[in-house]
Design a protein around this ligand. Structure first.
Ligand SMILES: C[S@@+](CC[C@H](N)C(=O)[O-])C[C@H]1O[C@@H](n2cnc3c(N)ncnc32)[C@H](O)[C@@H]1O
Length: 694
């Protein structure tokens, strides 16, 4: 039974599991827990008290595992939908005791092999011993090469020494070794040894004490599949029921949003008032005995977790639309090279927030330019360059009407298909006396007069990446020397992020070009490691004779000291734009224009993820390069390690300045969609097609 559904979140219900001990009667384990309200069990498949001692050279031949149930006793559908196999915790692949190490490896392979035979979708691996995991990771990596569908969840405590709420009960300190412990470091070592294998995931043990927010945030970009909450991490409310601290509540809510499963572990340690203990009718195949009532002792914990889920804010209509775009790579639009399609324009046109901002900017500019006294006599010349299907023309006309100014509009558009719409709009909306449509590239148009105001929206997710600077440089010839450009400036921003999902998706293409191409992405499962910093700014008009659109910047990111070490998979890119005066558009995370959805962020991947040790800086260098026919970015990391410059000479990604044909090799085998459109070439499996394990 799902925990319940948030309004508007129908396909995205959350699931809650329970960790059980070994009982050699899996049908009973399932009946008891599923009828008790849990969706799945995390259960040992093999008796953990069984500690085989294998002959040194003939491995496991002939051994029969003491298993929890024959594969026949539980249906294949139940094995795969309701059971996560828990690997024996005695297994220690990095023990100094060679015999134990060898036996552990054999036993691990046997248990995984049995789990694989049952088709369970995941196995929970015991945590590595603190500080050591190389041999464990090596063996797991070997296993990963041979399994197809099953995931392996590496169990780790959610701890980081030096940042826990209550250091006196700090589980992050290894008293044996005296080593300060950060479980993220263990995870990072483990997954690097396993080459970021996509089936290697994490299950976090949530304890009563939590590390600092910044160190927790690192996990948001990791492939965490489950958060295991032990009953002793729960507090007791005034009525005797379990509840969680405010920090835990926030964390679990964030986990829901990131689609992590919740698992309740441990026994009932709260004295729940008797009348609230629920009784469940016995199931037909209840092996406890006919008619015996079943009562799940952990139900109060499950109910509390369900309550946290249900009280989350409902998803807005826009968020629901964007569910399918979360963490999926899209090829950036190139409206200068390509002619946009009708449905792309249609998606833009739904973003009323963007056009309202333009309308406000045009209002302000008209009021500044034309005094009340001149209002009836002067006719302001406004040119919408890159008019598309006319929304900025409409916003400009509405602005003029709002402030009582007369305007004459030229709508300049190079896409002949959009020009057809512009012509039909003139008739439909009665614009004949006010609007002239020009079917032309703005850089080639021989304008009959000069403009007072030049309005454009040629911005990409990274501001200048759709070549707004080059287009407006060509158009400003017909702007009066004191004319106004809307936008008057725009700035790109960069932010280092951890994003295992995107890194793996990019890497799956196995070629250099995909590793050094920027993608448009609705970022979701990412850890934003530092504040975004400004990169390149362009101002318009720019009449200086020495102007250049080449840019270079060196950025130094300071990761907050309590974060701990991090792994950077690439950079999220954003932009903001000053339209006019104090009217702006922004997708920069610290000051986004509320509810505007025209742009998702851009992602610049790194060919090799960069480990940034705790307390170190991350230095990155970015170039905007221009040649007569193309524009491209190059980027590299120069501290704490130096990586090769990415996209040298625009070899993998570039934008063509002239001509409208796509000449660039486009990613074809990856999940690529176009910016904010419904033209989906590949759809995500989750959450559309709900699979509770993925
Ligand atoms: C991002 S779309 C914006 C369209 C419209 N203004 C809107 O807000 O829906 C950019 C438009 O500019 C057009 N465009 C790009 N470069 C151009 C150029 N050099 N000359 C004329 N139109 C251009 C594209 O064809 C496209 O219709």
């Amino acid at each position: 039974m799902p925990l319940g559904q948030r309004v508007g979140d129908k396909s995205d219900s959350r699931y809650c599991g329970v960790e059980t001990d070994f009982i050699d009667d899996m049908p009973h384990v399932l009946t008891y827990n599923l009828s008790g309200g849990f969706d799945f069990v995390v259960a040992p498949l093999v008796d953990p008290s069984y500690r085989p001692s294998f002959p040194t050279n003939s491995a496991s031949e002939g051994f029969v595992l003491p298993v929890a149930a024959s594969d026949l006793i539980v249906s294949p559908a139940q094995w795969s939908s309701h059971v996560v196999g828990k690997i024996s915790s005695w297994i220690d692949l990095d023990s100094e005791d060679e015999k134990l190490r060898m036996d552990s490896e054999t036993a691990l392979k046997q248990e995984i092999s049995w789990a694989s035979h049952l088709s369970v979708q995941a196995c929970l691996l015991p945590p590595p011993k603190k500080g050591y995991c190389s041999n464990y990771a090596r063996s797991v990596n070997q296993i990963l090469q041979g399994i197809t569908n099953m995931q392996l969840w590496l169990r780790l405590p959610l701890v980081k020494s030096g940042s826990m709420e209550n250091e006196s009960v700090d589980a992050s300190y290894d008293s044996l070794s005296g080593i300060l412990y950060d479980s993220w470091e263990t995870w990072n070592t483990f997954r690097l040894l396993c080459e970021h294998h996509v089936q290697l995931c994490v299950a976090l043990d949530i304890q009563s004490s939590l590390p600092s927010i910044n160190s927790l945030l690192r996990w948001f970009g990791e492939p965490v599949r489950a958060a295991i909450i032990h009953t002793d991490a729960f507090l007791t409310n005034a009525r005797g029921y379990p509840c969680l601290s405010k920090r835990h509540q926030k964390l679990i809510t964030a986990f829901f949003d990131l689609c992590f499963q919740i698992v309740i572990s441990g026994s009932l340690i709260h004295s729940i008032p008797q009348e609230r203990l629920e009784v469940f009718p016995a199931n037909d195949n209840d092996s406890l005995g006919e008619g015996a009532p079943l009562r799940h002792e952990l139900k109060p914990y499950l109910e509390y977790v369900a309550y946290l889920y249900q009280r989350m804010d409902p998803l807005s209509e826009q968020e629901r639309f964007e569910l399918n775009y979360r963490d999926f790579l899209q090829a950036p639009l190139q409206p200068l090279m390509d002619n946009l399609e009708a449905q792309t324009y249609e998606t833009f046109e739904k973003d009323t927030v963007k056009y309202n901002q333009y309308q406000r900017a045009v209002c302000k500019a008209l009021l500044d330019r034309v005094s009340d006294e001149q209002a009836s006599s002067s006719n302001t010349v406004l040119m919408v360059v890159g008019a598309g299907r006319g929304p900025l023309v409409r916003a400009s006309l509405q602005a003029a009407e709002e402030v009582g100014r007369k305007i004459k509009v030229y709508a300049v558009e190079k896409n002949p298909n959009a020009v057809v719409t512009l012509h039909s709009l003139i008739k439909l909306e009665g614009w004949e006396s006010m609007v002239t449509v020009i079917s032309c590239d703005m850089r080639c148009w021989d304008a009959p007069e000069k403009a007072d105001i030049l309005v454009s929206e040629l911005l990409g997710s990274f501001g200048d990446n759709e070549l707004s600077p080059e287009c407006l440089d060509g158009a400003q010839r017909f702007l009066k020397p004191d004319g106004i450009s809307i936008p008057s400036s725009y700035t790109s921003y960069l932010q280092p992020i951890t994003t295992t999902k995107l890194y793996n998706d990019v890497k799956a293409n196995k070629d250099l070009a995909h590793m050094e191409t920027p993608y448009v992405v609705k970022l979701h499962k990412v850890a934003r490691l530092a504040q975004a910093q400004p990169v390149f700014t362009f101002r318009h008009p720019e009449f200086s004779p020495n102007r250049s659109n080449q840019r270079y910047v060196k950025l130094e990111f300071e990761i907050p000291p309590d974060t701990g070490s991090t792994l950077v998979h690439g950079f999220a890119g954003y932009f903001d734009a000053v339209l006019y005066g104090d009217i702006y558009l922004s997708i920069e995370p610290s000051k986004p224009t509320p509810t505007m959805f025209s742009w998702f962020p851009i992602f610049f991947p790194l060919r090799t993820p960069v480990y940034v040790p705790s307390g170190s800086h991350l230095e990155v260098q970015f170039w905007r390069c221009c040649a007569p026919a193309k524009v491209w970015y190059e980027w590299c990391v120069t501290s704490p390690i130096t990586l090769p410059v990415h996209n040298v000479n625009g070899r993998s990604y570039w934008t063509r300045i002239f001509g409208f044909k796509t000449m660039m090799p486009r990613p074809s085998t990856i999940a690529v969609k176009k910016r904010s459109t419904c033209s989906v070439f590949a759809v995500p499996v989750y959450p559309k097609d709900v699979n509770w394990m993925t």
